[in-house]
Design a protein around this ligand. Structure first.
Ligand SMILES: [Zn+2]
Length: 347
């Protein structure tokens, strides 16, 4: 067929193209790009060919052919043809490098949320390959594989995320914007157990818990999102509020599925709003009983604020020096924790 011959002359350009260009074109096939821009082509005689009106010049009879298998176009009306990049050069009147930059932007998964989601999935896979991370979770009393999967717990060994995501087409700048890669170009998380923080089921941040000597708690820049797993916890009229995700993990493991965590002792206005949206709610605050009393210092004013919003709040005392995680790691059972809830302090 004539158009097939016309495509053949355009192959030279493909040979000169680097691997990056090939990847870009695979990620964003020409036909898909055109359809996203409302080009409607009907199947032509050959199976993988489509024909429609040419977007590059005015016409009434379709002469614009797209070969989906070869990822090339050719117009018998204006004589133009080529690949996706050529099409962008012609249709947007951009230079070759400008077209490339434009397409890289177009084909990147939407914004930082996409990068965070992919980072979370990548870290999940890493967890199973790093015994030191699984050992750490085991030491922190988290051993149920189904729970590890459900919480999307992962591990950042450090040094391999940037490469993984740039291979998927993310630019270094976009990874730096998302905070996944630091200004020096290194992965932000190094030897940390990682857990995604979500809002409206979208990953908005990652929490990283150091398994080594580094500062224990870290977030990426940006908001930490709402209360953890609030989509499921909000259905309970009684809620257990803890500081950290490892506290939450042992509570869920012990059957307290109404536990949520704030990622710290300070609630964001949004988290406070979530807790107080139901006035009939009872909130058990189980912050750390650590030596500097920061958890307890924060718990009391929070309980008063919640009471002010019409929510019943109770302060739960664990044995001295314990947080919910260490309490269970030290051997407490669900009944012991339930006992602590029963011995709550009213305000
Ligand atoms: Zn044309």
């Amino acid at each position: 067929m004539e158009s097939a011959l016309a495509y053949a002359g355009l192959r030279r350009r493909d040979n000169a193209m680097g691997e990056d260009l090939e990847k870009l074109k695979q990620r964003l096939p020409l036909l898909e790009y055109l359809r996203q821009r409302n080009w409607s082509g009907r199947p032509a005689r050959q199976g993988s060919e489509f024909v429609g009106l040419c977007p590059l010049h005015p016409e009434t009879r379709p002469s614009f052919y797209v070969n989906a298998r070869k990822n090339l176009f050719y117009c018998h009306g204006c004589g133009q043809g080529g690949d996706l990049i050529r099409f962008v050069e012609l249709s947007q009147r951009l230079s070759f490098p400008q077209s490339l930059a434009y397409l890289q932007q177009q084909s990147a998964p939407a914004g930082a949320a996409g990068a965070l989601e992919r980072a979370a999935s990548f870290y999940q896979r890493q967890l199973l390959r790093h015994p030191e991370a699984l050992r750490y979770l085991e030491q922190r009393g988290v051993h149920d594989p189904a729970l590890i999967e459900e919480l999307r717990l992962g591990y950042a060994p450090g040094g391999n995320l940037r490469r993984h995501l740039t291979d998927q087409g993310y630019s270094l700048e976009s990874l730096q914007r998302a905070g996944l890669v630091n200004p020096q170009g290194c992965d932000a998380f190094y030897r940390r157990v990682v857990l995604p923080c979500c809002q409206d089921r979208q990953v908005v941040n990652l929490y990283g818990r150091s398994i080594g000597a580094a500062f224990p708690h870290r977030f990426l820049p940006g908001p930490k999102g709402g209360l953890f797993a609030w989509e499921s916890v909000c259905q309970f009229s009684t809620v257990i509020l803890v500081e950290g995700p490892l506290d939450l993990a042992v509570l869920w493991q012990a059957g307290f599925r109404n536990a949520t965590c704030t990622f710290g002792t300070h609630l964001t206005p949004f988290q406070f709003h979530q807790l107080s949206e139901r006035p009939d709610r009872l909130v058990y605050i189980v912050f750390d009983q650590d030596e500097n009393h920061s958890g307890q210092r924060a718990a009391r004013p929070l309980a008063r604020r919640l009471a002010g919003a019409g929510v019943t709040a109770r302060l739960v005392q664990l044995p001295a020096g314990q947080d919910p995680n260490s309490y269970f790691v030290a051997g407490a059972a669900a009944t012991d924790f339930a006992g602590c809830l029963q011995r709550v302090q009213a305000l």
